[in-house]
Design a protein. Structure first.
Length: 68
């Protein structure tokens, strides 16, 4: 399947923003996760979050390389 312009732009933005978010994430909260990082070519899956705090989306994007 061919990737759309929006998917490519999203990937570029994530590459640029990820180091900044990781820096702030380390300052604010300590995240411990188990299991592997989900690769880009993974099968579809469901993400369930309990909304622990406002950093949830960033924690997920750090450990899931696939577009959510």
């Amino acid at each position: 399947m061919k990737r759309t312009y929006g998917e490519i732009a999203s990937d570029i933005i994530l590459v640029l923003i990820r180091p900044i978010v990781t820096f702030f994430l380390r300052r604010e909260i300590k995240v411990i996760h188990s299991g592997d990082i989900i690769p880009r070519n993974a099968e579809p899956f469901i993400v369930i979050s309990n909304h622990f705090n406002s950093w949830d989306a960033f924690v997920l994007s750090k450990n899931i390389k696939k577009s959510i």
